[in-house]
Design a protein around this ligand. Structure first.
Ligand code: FES
Length: 322
């Protein structure tokens, strides 16, 4: 994307215009964002998401679902959620075409692996959004891929039609006597060396994670809307901030982010559930106890980054690049 540092990148935001809102499926709208400061937007890779800073004060994360080859717009697919705390409902009911919005630069914790000889994309419902962008990127590279897209009913069918490809395998729960998509056979029939990417509702993701346990974790990729691990408490530990030159103690029921903010330290954060990546911080020393739902197995074992809103420390002390 650019050569700016991670921390600088976090501080950057973009002004965009909401150019159009289009109906895509039952309770799903597409929001097209175009640049306000220049002809193009920063490039992004498939699987990226952005923070949208809503005029009601909330910040929400949405995946980009258009092709990464496009540089003049970002497209978001947003499903209205009856239990929304003001994010998707606000997007659906209050936002007007022509509005100016503040967004973050695209970030990617769900990127395509360059190692993959064949990519299997498995999506359910609105979880299809990042996979559509992946399919565009894979198509552009002439790469080998398949998309298994699952929806509850035809009325929920979103975005897959634009791919118009025999690589897309559609599953409609209501039209299948077998019920849900058979993830087990998708995994079993995949060519050797395939990488698997899953994004969808919690039951689908849990089935995928359970069934893929025997596969090399470096070939398993997923994105979650909800935290996979809910327990954020644990033993106390010490946090050293290398730039700020401060040391704090993190209690059993506190998170690093909570303690830093309480002491007036400027630290990035948004979802506070380990699912958006906003609080990703570089680890200088120590062993993180990862509790997030987005880092890959490789990123976890590298011990180089952690999500400070939820992850803890396995070592008595951990040093962060803050
Ligand atoms: S604030 Fe969202 S992952 Fe930490």
């Amino acid at each position: 994307m650019s050569s700016i540092s991670y921390t600088e990148e976090k501080k950057q935001s973009l002004r965009v215009r909401l150019k159009s809102i289009a109906y895509e499926a039952q309770d799903v709208l597409l929001f097209e964002l175009t640049p306000l400061d220049g002809p193009t937007l920063p490039s992004f890779s498939a699987g990226s998401h952005i923070d949208v800073h809503l005029p009601n004060g909330l910040t929400r994360q949405y995946s980009l679902c258009n092709s990464p080859l496009e540089n003049s717009r970002y497209v978001l697919g947003v499903k209205k959620d009856l239990f929304s705390r003001g994010g998707s409902n606000f997007m659906h009911d209050e936002l007007k075409v022509g509005s100016e919005l503040k967004i973050s630069l695209p970030r990617n914790h769900f990127s395509l692996s360059p190692e993959s000889s064949h990519s299997i994309l498995i999506g359910g419902g609105i979880g299809i959004t990042p996979l559509i962008s992946m399919a565009h990127e894979l198509n552009a590279k002439n790469a080998s891929w398949q998309l298994f897209a699952s929806f509850r009913s035809r009325a929920d069918l979103a975005l897959v039609q634009q791919l118009n490809s025999n690589r897309v395998h559609l599953h409609i729960d209501d039209e299948s006597s077998g019920g849900f998509l058979d993830i087990s056979s998708v995994l079993e029939s995949a060519p050797a060396g395939s990488h698997f990417y899953c994004c969808g509702p919690e039951p689908m993701l849990n089935r995928f994670l359970e069934l893929s346990k025997s596969i090399d974790p470096s070939r398993i990729h997923f994105e979650s809307f909800k935290p996979v691990l809910a327990n954020l408490s644990g033993d106390s530990f010490e946090v050293k901030l290398i730039k700020t030159q401060k040391i704090f103690s993190i209690g059993p029921d506190q998170t690093i982010l909570q303690v830093l903010l309480k002491h007036g330290i400027s630290a990035p954060g948004s979802c506070e559930q380990g699912i958006c990546g906003t609080c990703e911080t570089r680890v200088v020393d120590g062993i993180p106890d990862h509790r997030d739902s987005l880092l890959s197995a490789e990123e976890r074992s590298s011990n180089q980054i952690m999500m400070i809103c939820c992850s803890r420390s396995l070592s008595p002390s951990i040093t962060l690049d803050l």
